[in-house]
Ligand binder design. Structure first.
Ligand code: SF4
Length: 157
């Protein structure tokens, strides 16, 4: 952590250049690590409030850290796959990640919040892809209302 907090900005930018938005990310990494060292005694905190106080850490990232590193379910990660599948499966009409999460936590048992987002992300990458979902071979096609999926794709089943 200290090494990142004190890293040379140009060198850090070069190291993460391929990730996109690298200047902003490099700045956030340095500031985030400085706060971790100075405020949290070089320990990653385990609460939503403390994590989202860190630069570059929003609710989605905090949920990833809490759920996967510490097995603490305080929310559901809503990325592009979770948002897309939640709509297609008819779990929510909401569009913003925060509101989608609020709807999902009412539907899914808390003990499964972290796993649930992994299931949707996995299914979203392998089967229910954004442009051309593979409905004919989908394992959950009998359960899915296919909301927002074009009639042409839906009719293939
Ligand atoms: S049936 Fe189609 S829209 Fe529904 S989850 Fe499966 S691939 Fe996605």
């Amino acid at each position: 952590m200290k090494d990142y907090a004190n890293a040379d900005p140009a060198e850090l930018e070069q190291d993460i250049k391929t990730t996109g938005f690298f200047r902003n990310k490099a700045k956030n990494i340095r500031t985030c690590c400085r706060k971790l060292v100075e405020l949290y005694h070089s320990e990653v905190p385990r609460t939503m409030a403390e994590l989202t106080y860190l630069d570059g850490v929003g609710r989605k990232t905090a949920n990833v850290v809490l759920g996967n590193a510490f097995n603490i379910n305080v929310g559901i990660v809503v990325d592009t796959h979770v948002a897309r599948l939640s709509a297609r499966l008819g779990l929510t009409n909401e569009e913003s990640p925060e509101k989608i999460e609020q709807e999902l936590v009412k539907l899914v048992p808390q003990a499964q919040w972290t796993l649930f987002s992994h299931w949707l992300i996995w299914h979203g990458r392998r089967r229910c892809v954004a442009r051309n979902p593979d409905c004919p071979n989908c394992e959950i096609k009998k359960l899915c209302p296919r909301i927002g999926v074009s009639k042409e794709i839906s009719a293939r089943t």
